[in-house]
Write a new protein. Sequence first.
Length: 548
Amino acid sequence: MPLTRPARPRSLAGQLFAMQIVLVTLVVAGCALFTFLSDQRQAEEGARRQATAAARAVADSPSVRAAVRGEDPTKILQPYATDVRRHTGVDFVTIMDPDGIRWTHPDERRIGEVFLGHRAEALKGRTFTETYTGTLGPSVRVVTPIRDGDGSGPITGLVSAGITIEEISEKARGQLLALLGVAAAALTLGAVGTYVINARLRRHTHGMNATELSRMHDYHEAALHAVREGLLMLDGQRRIALINDGGRELLGVSGDLVGRNVAELGLPAPLTGALLAAEPRVDELHLTADRVVVVNTSPVSSGERRGTVVTLRDHTELQALTGELDSERGFTRALRSQAHEAANRLHTVVSLIELGRADEAVDFATAELELAQTLTDQVVAAVNEPVLAALLLGKAAQANEHGVELVVSPDSSIDDGMLPPDLPARDLVTVLGNLIDNAVDAAQGSPAARVTVTARADEEGLTLRVSDTGPGVDPAHTEAVFERGWSTKAATGRGLGLALVHQTVTKHEGTLTVREAPGGGAEFEVHLTTAPAADSPSPSASANGGTQ
């Protein structure tokens, strides 16, 4: 026997449509019932007024008063009553004597019979109405007295006028049919409107029912908090519609952010510009206060701009590893070059020995050894910090490969253990390594290509100074030089080094300045205090210098 799939629950739009149809039907039916009952009451009230007017008109007629005193009232009153009934729209007009003997009746065979109904109130001189079943069936009737003379004399007869209930119901039924037509039109209009609204709702909910929407919302919330990547959703006015925990962490923001404009978050200008841009951004590197993030933006549009979806990935560790990898590659190239040069020098020494010039071979080898040892001794004597010394030796080899001489100034002095305790070795490599790379790039091609490094640590903190013999920095660019993407080089992928230096120095509450070097070119100086002060000045830029 084939298995049957369980019926899928009705979608949310379908449930709302059914509920709205029921509500519209109940409202229309209730209004129709209320209107019918109201019309019924109004028809009965109208019948009473109509019958009262007809009865009083007959009772006040002088000809009727005169006829009731005659020998044959029926002869005069029957045609008169028929005429009154035809003109007033009542179903019957019965004129009788005080004992209730009919003088007139719509059915002439009933003339002379006793009136079926109450007369006591009329015999007391009062007009009254009642619903009574007589010879014509149930009717709303009025009974009023006929007085002799000018209406103040004795009661000489009674007049009863009425409209049958069937006639009243017939009028109500006519009104009911019209009402049902209006109700049907209202129900149809309501159903069409409900269908249109729910069709739109069905498109927005993709035909899912309430349970599916609730489950999707739970998954959505769980996914937002589980992913480590940052996620932002911006509306058409660039206000934050949604931000997950990863986004708050990567951007370094907190508090109630939903509804705030991106420009109000205090993010760096390039990052804010990327988030506000109308065009999509793909894998752009940007800096926050203490992170390097990869930004991707994708506009959400459907005929008009609806907003932007932004994803953020933490690139800080990868950027540091990439920098270290670039340094290692540079060291490797330098070692290859040195190995090649060492082979050439070894061949030279061997050739001199083979030629019988052993003394010249010894002098050549000793000179090369002293030259290589001089830089090592100079660096080690000035800088006892192992990481910094290794970095300087490696950068010296790299600079030499680019035709640039790297010199450690005589006033450099860093004893082991003198670095600020809160300065990690990785941050030190980031700051000094990028400053040297920037200076080497700037000095290449200059007549006396040289980069001078000063590293000094004392009780006041750490000072790193790197100067070059390059063309310097335009004074108009002394602020922009520390922004991500700024570079005097045409190559793509540049412009991050000095921005990373600025970020690291800012994180450690230090100062970063740029000025014109004494011998021309640019001089960058970093100062980091041993213990960060609460009122530490923010990084600043001044005067000429440097390229990137």
